[in-house]
Every structure is written in structure tokens, then in C-alpha cells.
Design a protein around this ligand. Sequence first.
Ligand code: GLA
Length: 629
Amino acid sequence: MQEAGVNLVSVGIFSWALLEPEPGTYDFGWLDRVLDKLHAGGIAVDLATATASPPPWFLQQHPEAAMVDARGVRRAFGSRQAYCTASPAFREAATGLATELAKRYADHPAVVMWHVGNEYGNHNAHCYCDTSAAAFRTWLRRRYGTLDRLNEAWLTTFWSQRYTDWDQIEPPREVSDNSHPNPGQQLDFWRYSSDALLELFQAEAEAVRAISDKPLTTNFMGFWKLSDPRPWVAAEDLVSNDHYLIAEDEDRTQQLAMTADLTRSLAHGEPWLLMEHSTSAVNWQPRNIAKTTGEMRRNSFQHVARGADGAMFFQWRASRAGSEKFHSAMVPHAGTESRVWRDVVRLGDDLSAIAEVAGTRVAQASVAILFDWTSWWAATFDSHPSVDVDPMTTARAWHKACWTRNLGVDVVGVDDPLDGYEVVVLPVQYLLSDATVERLTAFVEAGGTLVATYFTGIVDEHDHIRLGGYPGALRDLLGVRIEEFCPLPEGDEIPLTAYGTGTIWSERGRAVGADVVAAYAFGDVAGDPAVTRRRVGKGAAWYVGTELTPDALDTLVSQVLSETRPVVAGLPEGVEAVRRVGEQGSYVFVINHTHEPVIVPVRGVELLSGNEGGPHLVRAGQVAVIREE
Ligand code: GLA
């Protein structure tokens, strides 16, 4: 570890069975030795509450605490995280262990922070057992107070679903064949499930905080759909994230950048920690493709450039057995005579060379992409106009268009402040509250540019359609009135009078106050608006009624963002540039993802090589960190 410059290690995440071999009997001896040894070696510890996975005795004692799926099947022990989030027995056992660990190690000099749980909800986000059903009802009572309000929110007059007793309400378990559960019930169950995970985390965090005031975190999973990370942040001292590339995603580099942009926004712009990524392949994808030479280094620098103050890995040493034996590690099966190890050592040197960057913040972004979990869930439930519609697809397309231009982007939530942004993008923001609409309107009136895509502002927070023409919530602001959705057959494209073609979606409607910038040029909707712009106050509100194909989107983005300045001008596509700023100065990170060298027109000291002056040459596949003059 010292050779690789490791200075922080997460310890004990899956060690419950070793630490508490029998209920209430603890064995801390081995952990004492590990922590003492790390401390003697000058390495700090992110100590886990070890509650990520209960041991076999727990489920033997509490079979009712196992997770149950939507079909009513009780899931077996034999993997990890095999518990129901709402289980009182689990909560008691987990907070009990967290308390014991905090008592024993709160003052251990190696321990600098707490790692509560691990990737909450990765395997058990939705539990449909009877305990969960009861907890769901309690949650609903808190939310609605009366059954009348719940019946109205779920519009239960439809299909004879009107509830007359709270005990009639179940989680949205699997329904009869070829049928569809109530969307209000589904949405509330997803909300409840996300809250239930959060409550469990809070209970464990409180157990630790009662004893220790060292900083505490839990590792998020980026755009993990099943639970909304935003409300968790208030209960943490720092935000940390796990990120794994999907090896076969051609745009995995952009996906990484977008996830880092989300994580930084979750952290409200403060530095955050990359808790896990991989040195090379993982073991859980269909084809676990090794990272190419230099890829792990570029990945690490992408995270650090976008606000991480450290890059950690799962895992230190590749295991010789177990489910993850083919997952890469810092020390691979081959040992230290390996490319992976040499790269790990090099990264350690690199990060030491840029240590002064820690604590700085990424410069103010010019673009905000609004991405809201509740809306994501609601937009992608069953029985909708098209299975091809997914906010993630559209958000990624817009992020990519900004990322290729080296524009600063934040991925913000509906409650985040919009000051400082030039452009706010709403990619398939299906569900919009009145409060959000007000804030967006104020943003545009004050001079901002808003871009809303199709299937945005369609419903309110109960998933009720906003009537009178789509997109109900934004109809006035955008100056369009859509009468009917006309989604396209799979793979079809529709030509437009400008920009190029759209895919996935088209619609029938007209502009009411907006200028039509592009219309559909084919078929039944020919002549109807596809892209519109309306001047509002000092700003502008754009509407994009189809999923533009990449070239078309690129043309539109050039127009909409023509006045938005890149971090460094003149860099070719595939060369990423991000600026971090602190009291001591500013730093430009350059990550060259291309196969060609690039000249970067920035003057100052390049910290990795020590080269002074500038412009700086960054070779193919290499990175640079320039302290600006
Ligand atoms: C997650 C978990 C780790 C490990 C990795 C594998 O991030 O936290 O324990 O399973 O996935 O990629």
C-alpha cells in the first residue's frame, strides 16, 4: 500500500459475520490488528459499520426479515444484503453492531471517517413483504392523513379500486396477467421504498454519531434508479460515490463525466470522494472487458477533475474465491508483476503530485441539466405512450453535447438553486410541481435560457395529467399547445424542416406565442412544430418536441449554446478540460481521450511533469494538470 501511495482504506464493509459470530458476541481482535497495522504504516481508515450484509444466524433467527419480491417470493440467503429494509429486527441488529464498532473504534487514531452500510438498496431496494406493507401504510397515512385524500391522489374510482380501510392497501405486488397496477400506488411505493432506505441509513448513522463526531458517509451509486440520493446528503458529512463503467458502452467516458457532475451537484459543489471504481474489469457484466492502457488513469483524473478529492478502488486484493473472484483489484491475481499494479503505483505518484488541488472547487458550470428521480420513475412506468421514452437517454444526449464542447455542466435537482447558470435543460422532465414551474419561469424572465424536451411537464406530483393541452405545466412559458402524442415505431426517424431528423417521438400541436424554428416535414404531423423558441422577459424558452438524432442535436446545441463559453476554447472533440478553483489559484485538468497529441493553450506549471510555461503538449491518452499563471 505504501508503494502505491495508498493513504485511505475502507475496512470491514462485509465483515459482520466475523465481527459478531453469534448474536451479541463480538470478536474485534482481528480488526484491532488490521487497524493498528494500517496506522503504524501511516494509512488512514474509513471504517465500515459492517452492516452491509447480515450473517446467516440473523436470517435463521428472523426468517421474516428476508426480502420478498413483487411475486411474493421470499428471497434466499446466499449472496449479500439479504434483508428487508423495513425489518425492525434488522434495524435493531444493524444499529447494535454500528454502536459496538463506534464504541470500540471512535478514538482509534487510524479511523478518520465512517462508512455507514454500503450501497443501500443495491439488491433490496423494493421489498413487498408484510412488514413492508405495514410500513408502506404508515408512510401513506403520514403523507395523506385521510383515505379520501389517498383515493383522490391515486384516482381509485378508476377500475373500482376505492379503498375504505387502510389495511386494504398493499404494495404494488404483481397483478393479474396482462394488466397494470395503479400508477399512483406504484409511484408512492417507489417514494416510500426510497425513504425506507434513507431511514435505515439515518438510524445507523445516528448510532455512530451518538458516540463519534468523525465524518460519516455512505457510498452512492450514481444514477442508481431505485433510490433517490438527494435527500440523503443532509445526513452525511461528505458525499461519496461508487462508479463502474459499463464496458461495452461506447460513450462510457461521457457517462463517467455525467455521473461525476451529478455527484458534485449532490455535494453542492463541495469536494467529494470517489469511494469505489475499478482498476480494470468487473465481474458482473455480460462481457467483463479489461480497461485499455491508460484508461484507469484517465478515469481517475476525470473524477478528480470533476470535484473528487480522492480516488479509491474496490478492491485492494483480488480474492481467490467467492462471487467476485474475477473482479479486478489494485493487487491482481498476477501480483505486483503486472500492468495493473504498475498503473496503480503510478496513480499514487500522480495524485501526490497534484495534492495541492484537494479542497478546491470546480468552477461555476454554465449549464444545468435538471434530473429528478421521482419524475424518472413516473416517466418510465408501464402503460405510457412509448417504451422508448426515457429521461436518461435524453439527459445523456444533452450532457454529451455539452461535454464534447467542454462546457461546465451540473446535474441538478428540482430544489437546487439556478443562479449562475446560463442554460437549464429539462430532458423528459415528465413530472413537474407548480413550485418548480415558478422557479423556472423566474429563471427565464431574469435572462436565462430554458430548453424543455417532449414529455416534460405532463403531470403533477400525483402523476395526474395537467389538462388543457400538453405540456400542461409549461404550456404558457414555452408558448406551445400539443394536442396529441404521436410516438414513432421502433427505429423510425422523422425529418424536420431544420436541424435534421428526430426519432422516438413526434406530436400534433401548434405554437401559441412561440416561434417555430423547425417543423415536422413528413407524415401526418407535417407542418406541426418540432422545435420552438419563445422570448420571455430577458431570456428564452425553447421546446424540443422530438428526440433529435445526434447530428441534429449537435446543430441545435450550437445554436442554443452559441454564447456559452467552454472551459478551454479550441480543443478537439475527445479532449476533456475542467477547471478547479481555490484560494491558492486555479487548475486546468486536461484528459486526452483521443489517439492524437494535443496542444493545450493554457500557461502555467503542469504539475505531473513539472513543465513550466505553456502552451502544453498532452500526448494521446495522457492527462495534464496545469496550475494557471
Ligand atoms: C459495489 C460494491 C462492492 C463490489 C463492487 C463490484 O460497488 O460496493 O462491494 O461488489 O460493487 O463492482
